[in-house]
Write a protein that binds this ligand. Structure first.
Ligand code: HEM
Length: 212
C-alpha cells in the first residue's frame, strides 16, 4: 500500500508502520550452507547472522540458525536473542584449539552468565570451521525464538517486525577454553543491532538444516 508521504510519516511516528526504522542487517546468501541469513557486521568485523524458516507458526515457537564469524584474535563473541544482556538466551562462542565452541547461557545480572538448558544448540558441521585468521560457527537453536516462564513472562521474536538483537565480545580469551561452562571476563564491545528477519526466511528450512 502506498500512503501519501504525510500520512505515512504520521503512521510511522505513531509506531503504526511495522518497519519504520532502517535495519542494520543486510541479506547474506551463504553458498556453503545454502541458507539465506540476515547479517550484521560489527565494528571489529565480528559478523552475526540469523536464518529462520519461511513459515512462522502463530505460537512463534520455531527453530533458528545462528552463524558467527570472528577474527581469531577476539577472545569470545556472544549473541543475545532478546537484545539485552539479562534474561534472554545468549550464545557464547570461542576458539578451542582446532575446534569452535558454542555455549548456551543466560545472564541474571552483570556477571558471567551461567549455562542455560532451555535453549539447545546443535553445531552444524557445514559452516563451522577455524583457520589462521577467523573462526566461524553455524548452529541450529531450539528455544531461541521464545523464552521465559510464568514468573518473568514470555518473550518471543516476531519476524513480522524488526528485531533488536544484542552482541558482545571480549578481547581476553575465556578462562578454560575446553570447558562448556567456563567463566570469562567482561566485554570490550557491545551493541544492539536491528535485524530485518524477513530476508532471513528460508523455504525448506528444516530439510536444508538437517543436511548440514
Ligand atoms: C563476564 C561476563 C560479563 C560481564 C561481567 C558483563 C558485564 C556487563 C555490565 C557491567 C554491563 C553494564 C554496562 C553499562 O551499563 O555501562 C553490561 C552490559 C551489557 N552486556 Fe554484559 N557482561 C558480561 C557478558 C555479556 C555477554 C555474554 C553478553 C551477550 C552475549 C553481554 C551483553 C551485554 C549488553 C548487550 C549490554 C548492554 C546493556 C543491555 O543491553 O543489557 N554481556 N554487561
Amino acid at each position: 500500500m502506498h500512503l501519501p508521504r504525510g500520512i505515512a510519516g504520521v503512521a510511522g511516528f505513531l509506531g503504526l508502520a511495522t518497519r519504520q526504522f532502517e535495519a542494520d542487517s543486510a541479506v547474506y546468501e551463504d553458498s556453503a550452507t545454502g541458507l539465506k541469513f540476515a547479517s550484521y557486521t560489527s565494528d571489529r568485523h565480528v559478523i552475526f547472522r540469523v536464518a529462520i524458516p519461511d513459515v512462522i507458526p502463530t505460537t512463534l515457537t520455531f527453530d533458528t540458525v545462528l552463524q558467527i564469524v570472528s577474527p581469531i584474535e577476539v577472545g569470545w563473541a556472544g549473541f543475545a536473542w532478546g537484545g539485552s544482556m539479562t534474561y534472554n538466551p545468549l550464545a557464547i562462542t570461542w576458539a578451542n584449539g582446532t575446534n569452535v565452541a558454542l555455549s548456551s547461557r543466560i545472564a541474571y545480572g552483570y556477571y558471567t552468565p551461567p549455562v542455560y538448558e532451555e535453549a539447545k544448540y546443535t553445531v552444524l558441521k557445514t559452516g563451522t570451521h577455524l583457520n589462521a585468521t577467523h573462526w566461524q560457527v553455524t548452529a541450529l537453536c531450539k528455544g531461541c525464538s521464545r523464552w521465559g516462564d510464568e514468573d518473568m513472562g514470555f518473550t518471543e521474536i516476531d519476524p513480522q517486525y524488526h528485531t533488536t538483537f544484542g552482541f558482545a565480545y571480549g578481547n581476553t580469551p575465556v578462562d578454560t577454553p575446553s570447558s562448556y561452562s567456563t567463566s570469562f571476563g567482561i566485554h570490550d564491545s557491545i551493541g544492539h543491532p536491528i535485524f530485518d528477519l524477513e530476508v532471513a526466511k528460508n523455504a525448506g528450512f528444516e530439510a536444508k538444516v538437517a543436511a548440514l
